[in-house]
Design a binder for this molecule. Structure first.
Ligand SMILES: Cc1cc2nc3c(=O)[nH]c(=O)nc-3n(C[C@H](O)[C@H](O)[C@H](O)COP(=O)(O)OP(=O)(O)OC[C@H]3O[C@@H](n4cnc5c(N)ncnc54)[C@H](O)[C@@H]3O)c2cc1C
Length: 489
């Protein structure tokens, strides 16, 4: 039997509407923070956040491998967008923000580690000479890329697969050896399927405006260089990005929000004057019914589909069609004395090269805080699997470590034995943004908008990166607040 529990309304928050946030990943936490005025000082609602798992953070996860604190999920945030930095500062992590020590990465292709070319936009070069110098492309691949400057215009319509567009302009090799591994690092997907408009809008603008992609990228990069912005492109957090969810949760609690872990939501219902949410756990574990004026749904798309199946079947069907990619991260800890020097921040591996790993990050080179915390250790990680290739996640830990070590030996000459390891499987880790994704999201949001006091947010909608998820949480918070204001008028 369910028990109905009114949510406590204490102190100054008593007269505010009550919003239930479902999902305690970074999007849900950002929504809760916004509603409690943590970002801008304006309290908009009383907040109860319900998280299914025993911890907050979702894909942000702090861990420890061989006595060294590391990120076992996301590890870096785009700093060219303001949202992640703003939120980190608002919850007291401003001083802890740290850019990578080195951004120099390599590509393991055609039998060796080769420098990542400079001056490109998601792998599309702005300078063929610079690309030629890296040896990433074969002579034939380079000759084909050069045809971009003379080929007639590529008609792309409203949208096109990133790979399809780049292959038409510069040839398949640029897609296989540059675009695929770079896009793979963000989506773990396939360049031909991923939407140019959703994933690389800057390149879509170039494709719509210019005949030559190379010239368009060159001009865009030259314009960016004229506007010298000393801010680094990415930032980390001293101790790991995984600290951010805990800091946001603490700030939310301190601001009067109620946050619960181990509380999966099983059902969502509309009532005459608001919403009820039924949890799977609660008093005596029979489940609990909570009431609210509005709901922010900050869960992965399949969960949102399930919760909206009766309320908004059209939106639920669209949500159910959003596909996810899974991957495994293998973190290896070495005694530094056992290793020779390793170059830069790590390397990407084009899938076409047929290796087991898709990338390796030399974390102790990349993050100064990690090097400082454990100067006699060296931590690196590899990733395996991408959309449609998730079978690799079913291999046991020992096999994933062995495959990683074999590739690290061949790519970077690492023969030492790690003294500790951790394998983290992220099944359904990253939503895919195929051609048509923005239109699908628009249909989902239009359907959700017919249910006043409901907003969806998270990686499935307007960007998978942490700043995009934070922005989406804020957008959802604003949307439900507006609904409540207009509903009260
Ligand atoms: C391995 C990996 C590495 C990544 N690296 C980076 C990176 O370096 N930089 C970057 O910007 N991005 C990175 N990303 C992407 C980014 O981390 C995610 O897109 C983002 O964190 C997703 O946040 P979210 O809040 O939308 O979803 P999630 O993090 O998935 O959070 C959703 C939450 O909802 C909860 N939930 C699910 N069902 C229910 C229910 N029924 N009731 C209540 N709660 C429920 C879940 O337990 C979870 O906590 C990475 C992603 C992965 C998988």
């Amino acid at each position: 039997m369910h028990s109905t529990t009114p949510v406590p309304s204490g102190g100054t928050t008593g007269r505010l509407p009550h919003v239930l946030v479902i999902g305690g990943g970074i999007a849900g936490l950002a929504a809760a923070a916004r509603l409690r005025g943590i970002v801008d000082g304006t309290e908009r609602a009383r907040v109860t956040l319900l998280e299914a798992s025993p911890r907050f953070g979702g894909k942000l996860l702090q861990g420890e491998v061989g006595g060294v604190g590391v990120d076992l999920g996301a590890e870096s945030m785009l700093a060219r967008r303001p949202e992640a930095i703003t939120l980190a500062r608002a919850v007291g992590l401003g001083e802890a923000l740290q850019p990578p020590t080195t951004a120099k990465a390599s590509i393991w292709t055609r039998g060796e580690l080769r420098p990542m070319p400079t001056g490109h936009l998601m792998g599309v070069p702005g300078d063929l000479d610079a690309l030629a110098a890296t040896g990433v492309l074969s002579p034939e691949g380079l000759a084909r890329a050069a045809e971009d400057e003379t080929l007639p215009r590529t008609e792309i319509g409203e949208d096109i697969g990133v790979g399809e567009y780049v292959a038409a302009r510069l040839g398949r090799e640029v897609v296989d050896r540059l675009v695929e591994p770079l896009l793979g690092g963000v989506y773990a997907g396939h360049a031909d399927a991923i939407s140019l408009s959703a994933a690389v809008p800057q390149l879509l603008a170039i494709a719509q405006r210019e005949r030559s992609a190379i010239k368009g990228v060159h001009a865009a990069l030259a314009a960016a260089a004229k506007n010298p912005d000393p801010a680094p492109v990415f930032t980390g957090v001293d101790g790991g990005i995984g600290r951010l969810p805990g800091a946001v949760a603490d700030a939310c609690r301190a601001a009067g929000a109620e946050l619960r872990t181990d509380t999966p939501v099983a059902a969502l219902r509309r009532t005459a004057d608001g919403w009820t949410v039924v949890t799977e756990t609660g008093p005596s574990s029979g489940g609990q019914t909570l009431t609210a004026d509005a709901v922010v749904l900050a869960v992965p798309a399949p969960v949102a589909a399930r919760l909206l199946a009766e309320l908004a079947p059209g939106a639920a069907a669209e949500l159910g069609r959003i596909e996810y990619a899974g991957m495994a991260l293998v973190t290896l800890a070495y005694h530094r004395a056992d290793l020779g020097p390793l170059p830069g921040s790590g390397f990407l591996v084009p899938p076409v090269d047929g290796r087991a790993i898709k990338a390796s990050t030399f974390s102790s080179n990349k993050w100064g805080w990690l090097d400082k915390a454990a100067p006699d250790r060296f931590v690196l990680r590899t990733s395996l699997g991408r959309q449609g290739e998730e079978a690799v996640l079913d291999l046991d830990d020992a096999e994933l470590v062995a495959r990683s070590r074999a590739d690290l030996r061949e790519a970077a000459g690492i023969t030492a034995t790690p003294y500790a390891h951790a394998v983290t499987r992220w099944r359904a880790g990253l939503p895919q943004y195929p051609v048509g994704h923005p239109q699908r999201v628009a249909r989902i949001e239009a359907a959700a908008a017919t249910l006043p006091g409901l907003a969806l947010c998270g990686a499935a909608y307007h960007g998978v990166g942490i700043p995009a998820c934070i922005a989406d949480g804020w957008r959802a918070a604003a949307a439900v607040t507006e609904d409540l204001v207009s509903g009260a008028e």
